[in-house]
Design a protein around this ligand. Structure first.
Ligand SMILES: [Ca+2]
Ligand SMILES: [Ca+2]
Length: 272
């Protein structure tokens, strides 16, 4: 009976957990933080924006945040907006020891913007966002958040319209404001209709410089972008041997990039 009781309690606990998670985005990913926020994930699936850039017409209408102390919050978007993303990235962008939440916020009429949320006055609130692209069905895909030039300030990188203009941009967040610091055309970190968003990686080149690895528009080469004197500079590009169809991942043991190309060939690429 004791085991039966324990099993029943576990089943009830699991049931409660699944009930409270029932509004999670179906293909969403839970992000884990290491500062004041323990977890963040997208909620309230909605079909009110039929863009389907990530493979289905279901986007998120809410953002759930769980603090390290267990407190739970949810930010619910007004009807004209969705989170056109699969995860809410957690990172301390301004160095104050508290996480910011970075997510793609799309207006159904004005397209995507990169948005930064945080816990302010005991609620999840929008802290800053880039301008929206300006028309419906225009999207951007976040890339990496790293100090590319070693000046102590984080560069927030993303590709604006990764299937059209393919503009890699760098932004900085300070004093509650987002500022664009650089942009360069001709790079893409997303294939249209794919659920895969992670086609970039931060690497250290053999000459010691930090670089952003990112595909070129045919997805059949990897470019290595350094950031110098406030501009992106392509340090190298290497053929991938086919069209890259998975995330690009840096193997921590070998320091090589790993990904698959069509038709399903596993590729390892040494960093130049
Ligand atoms: Ca912060
Ligand atoms: Ca920097």
């Amino acid at each position: 009976m004791k085991w039966f009781g324990l099993t029943l309690a576990l089943m009830l606990a699991c049931h409660q957990a699944s009930a409270s998670d029932s509004t999670r985005l179906p293909d969403g990913i839970v992000s884990t933080g290491s500062n004041d926020i323990a977890q963040a994930w997208l909620t309230r699936p909605t079909k009110r924006y039929a863009h389907a850039i990530l493979g289905d017409a279901i986007e998120a209408g809410g953002l759930r945040v769980k603090l390290a102390d267990g407190r739970l919050y949810e930010h619910i978007l007004p009807k004209g907006f969705v989170f056109e993303d699969r995860r809410a990235r957690l990172i301390d962008l301004d160095g104050d020891g508290r996480d910011e939440i970075v997510v793609v916020l799309s207006s159904v009429s004005e397209g995507a913007a990169l948005a930064i949320y945080g816990i302010v006055d005991d609620a999840v609130r929008l802290k800053a966002k880039t301008p929206h692209i300006g028309r419906s069905n225009r999207w951007l895909n976040p890339a990496e958040f790293a100090d590319l030039d070693g000046d102590g300030k984080l560069e927030i990188t993303a590709v604006w319209t990764p299937h059209l203009g393919r503009v890699l941009q760098a932004w900085q967040y300070a004093g509650g404001k987002l500022r664009r610091i650089a942009s360069i055309q001709g790079y893409s970190n997303h294939a249209i209709g794919s659920p895969v968003q992670d086609l970039t990686e931060i690497v250290r080149l053999t000459d010691g410089r930090t670089a952003l690895a990112i595909p070129t528009p045919g997805y059949d080469e990897v470019a290595f972008m350094v950031f110098e004197q406030g501009e992106f500079v392509e340090a190298a590009r290497i053929p991938a041997g086919g069209r890259i169809i998975t995330a690009i991942h840096r193997n921590e043991n070998t320091d090589k990039l790993e990904f698959a190309t069509y038709p399903k060939t596993f590729v390892t690429m040494a960093v130049p």
